[in-house]
Design a protein around this ligand. Sequence first.
Ligand code: NAP
Length: 338
Amino acid sequence: MERKRIVALRRLKAPQLERLRESFEVEYFEEPEQHAEAVAAALRQAHGLIGGKLVVTPAILDEAPLLEAVATISVGYDNLPVAELTRRGILLTNTPDVLTETTADTGFMLIMASARRLVELANMVREGRWTQHVGEPHFGSNVHGKTLGLVGLGRIGRAIARRALGFNMRVLYSNASPKPELEAEWGLERRSFEQLLAESDFVCLTVPLTEETEHLVGYEQCRAMKRSAFLVNIARGKVVDEAGLIRALEEGLIAGAGLDVFEQEPVSPDSPLLRMDNVVTLPHIGSATHETREAMASCAVENIRQALQGERPRDLVNPQARPNGFPQPEQEPPVDAK
Ligand code: NAP
């Protein structure tokens, strides 16, 4: 039987490509933008598409009539047309869990860095401006003992909560659904979004980008926060109305921000955010460690292998794409039936 074909774009290394090539024909493009025509030609024959920062539109899907599965090497899939894939019966998988701890590290790092003015003061030292002992103008804020407000208490939110409890913080959360088990076991406290903004010293965003969460935090929400509070965004840039945040920071409505993500990425070098000492900016590195990116790629490889071999992939986003479900794996017959 002819082997199925996979187009792989970015973020895959030799071991993962080898794993795919055990069962499939694979065409890999490290820099797909520079080979647009070859990618389009490969997609016309492809049963699977795997990679990071995938761009998939209805027009692209029209030109990929054999496509059965798309495996994104990320947990977020706000950049992908889920309903359209489902309508066409194309499975979509993502890479949850394997990046949770690393992304939570990044979130907590931003909490610490913004509170203690890490980048601003490290730059002062590097640039030879540390000419006398630091005084009050350089002091930061405590993190331990303060109140953290998590907007979103999913995998990453919980992992940040665990870190915060180790720092003796009080942890509030607002989330689509209540998490009574975490309230009972960890002492987390549920609040409305508005209450959380008012009570928190650090507001940390860990919700997915959806129609509901787009521009969840803007000028008015910053105004509802304490003037001594910090905003940390580790979710997606568009969860924050950046113009509103900039205005709030310019007016001193909040103490600062730690941002891993931006409305437009890469962020424009002209963004006022880059000129603010009280804003720590990172180039979307939530999951960007050697170990975690490798684990994410391996996870996506396993998902697309399962999808193309007729199994239910472990991290399936749209089970509705197979309304009749998946065949049950063959069971070993009971011992006495042998
Ligand atoms: P997750 O486990 O699905 O958690 C998301 C949480 O948000 C869920 O608990 C969900 O509530 C809650 N939620 C959804 N919509 C909400 C709303 N409108 N209001 C309040 N809460 C809402 O996802 P995760 O693995 O933690 O990842 C979260 C997001 O982080 C991803 O979607 C991705 O965009 C982002 N991310 C960023 C990076 C980075 O590099 N910066 C890395 C990884 C992930 P329920 O529990 O009720 O469903």
